[in-house]
Design a protein around this ligand. Structure first.
Ligand code: MN
Length: 501
């Protein structure tokens, strides 16, 4: 997986020649100090790169052209220390292809009451210079993020960090493919979608390989390779009693180890960050990839079941955004409801494929029948998700656009044993309530599949959706279902205007 520190964000500070050399020197000095401080901040996960002060149309355009051509530049941060006439920026913005953050701050925190004079005012002009700058973004209808506040404030830096992580996920998505093993599950609508539009909007290459390609690799994985991986499993997870002693059961786990090795080889060869499987198409494999899919998610790969490539790539993007943060990211499915009055909750799980990064305790490898698909009993990791706040995010294709839906939830401790449901699972209380959240989600057309993350908040997905130019709908504690329905109607008009220009 990409290292976030390898993602560069170019800090371009605007000014103009009018002020003279001394003022321009101070502008550059301040920008350099800010760059260095940002790079030391634990809230800033990526590299901030100091760039020459922008003060002419030609110079600005060159900077943006250079940024476009740079494979490591994941976004641009602009700030107007002084006034920088915005007509100078039009050519640069016209060619810009990188996500843009307009940082609205000033170098000094306090007004120097006793010393303030006209020299100070000539140098420290962001309060009005950034308004001129913001106008041209709005006038040009440019997608951008605006973050305002004092640059040393940690909350401001946290917001920059959120945006950077989203931009890094967007950046890395441009380089990666989703490896689809087989097609979507037959007759299912919500997992379908426009793969060409996904590549245009989000950069994802969504391509298909036959399951036979994986089966061939699987057949060539040696027993000793699988035994080595089994040793790793034993160091990381509990193994259910009886598996190690029973040669058939032990072999079941070894088969998943071989699938994991073969699939990882294929992901690397195909430069893929994410993959999908389909239990209807497992020719040549002894089991549905259960443990193997869980393990690969834990290593940073996105996963989608039943051919759900949209949630697979979104899982991958969320894993990039969550890098180094506490909490995990997993593919998820709404499984069943608990309607006890006052204690309503959703049980989320999947047949097998939930990522152990969200586990409360050490996961346990177990083997049980699947009751679907007609293959051997698959090995899987069984665990409960850790309690705490989390979000669910999903992507659907509405025919003329993608819509992202995010629901803020509170995951709770599972108090009851479920000995006859041996799968990894999470139990949560969605905001604003189970009924309202489900009504809202269904009115949005949200799928039963989603990305579950305890590491991220809705802000990350909001920023990422904005960069991709796709619709974003939030369901949170303030959601009113009737009002949301109105917003969706208004949005329909807006998106019909701008889709397929
Ligand atoms: Mn499913």
């Amino acid at each position: 997986m990409i290292n976030l520190k390898d993602c560069e964000f170019w800090f371009i500070v605007g000014s103009q020649d009018l002020y003279g050399d001394e003022t321009l020197r101070q502008v550059a000095d301040h920008a350099k100090i800010m760059t260095d401080e940002f790079n030391k901040s634990p809230y800033i996960p990526c590299a901030v790169v100091f760039k020459p002060t922008a003060k002419s149309p030609q110079g600005i355009r060159s900077l943006f052209e250079e940024a476009n051509a740079s494979p490591s530049c994941a976004g641009i941060i602009t700030w107007m220390h002084t006034f920088s006439p915005s007509k100078m920026w039009i050519q640069g913005f016209s060619v810009n292809r990188k996500p843009l953050l307009h940082l609205h701050t000033q170098f000094n925190r306090d007004i120097p009451w006793a010393k303030i004079d006209m020299d100070f005012m000539n140098l420290n002009q962001s309060a009005h210079g950034d308004r001129e700058h913001g106008y041209i973004h709005t006038r040009m209808r440019l997608a951008r993020k605006v973050i305002a506040g004092f640059w040393q404030d940690n909350e401001l830096r946290r917001k920059i960090g959120v945006w950077m992580r989203a931009a890094s996920a967007k950046h890395e998505g441009m380089n990666k493919a989703v490896l689809r093993l087989g097609d979507n599950m037959r007759e299912v609508a919500v997992t379908e979608g426009d793969k060409v539009e996904a590549q245009i909007k989000m950069g994802w290459q969504v391509n298909t390989w036959g399951i036979g390609d994986l089966a061939d690799r699987y057949a060539n994985i040696s027993d000793s390779q699988a035994e080595n991986l089994l040793n790793e499993y034993e160091s990381l997870y509990e193994i259910a009693p009886g598996i190690k002693q029973d040669s058939v059961k032990r072999n079941t786990v070894l088969q998943q180890a071989k699938i994991e090795i073969a699939l990882k080889q294929m992901l690397e060869v195909c430069n893929s960050g994410a993959f999908t499987t389909n239990f209807q198409d497992l020719h040549g494999l002894p089991q549905l990839p259960g443990l193997a899919a869980q393990r690969l998610m834990e290593q940073g790969y996105g996963f989608g079941a039943e051919g759900d490539w949209k949630q697979s790539m979104l899982t991958f993007c969320a894993k990039i955004m969550a890098q180094g943060l506490s909490g995990g990211v997993s593919f998820m499915e709404d499984y069943t409801y608990h309607f006890e009055p006052g204690n309503e909750a959703v049980l989320g799980a999947h047949m097998l494929e939930i990522c152990p990064s969200i586990a409360q305790d050490r996961p346990r490898i177990e083997i049980h029948p699947l009751a679907i698909g007609g293959k051997d009993d698959p090995a899987r990791l069984v665990f409960n998700a850790a309690a705490g706040s989390a979000v669910l995010a999903t992507l659907v294709d509405l025919g003329n656009r993608f819509r992202m839906i995010v629901n803020e939830i509170e995951t709770v401790k599972i108090e009851n044993e479920m000995p006859r449901l041996p799968v990894a699972r999470a139990l949560w209380k969605p905001r604003p309530s189970l009924a309202d959240s489900a009504e809202a989600w269904i009115l949005c057309g949200g799928t039963h599949h989603s990305v579950y993350t305890s590491a991220l908040t809705s802000d990350y997905f909001h920023d990422w959706a904005a960069m991709c130019g796709i619709e974003f709908v939030l369901i949170d504690k303030n959601t009113n279902v009737n009002r949301l329905q109105d917003e969706l109607r208004w949005g329909e008009t807006y998106w019909n205007q701008i889709s397929y220009r």
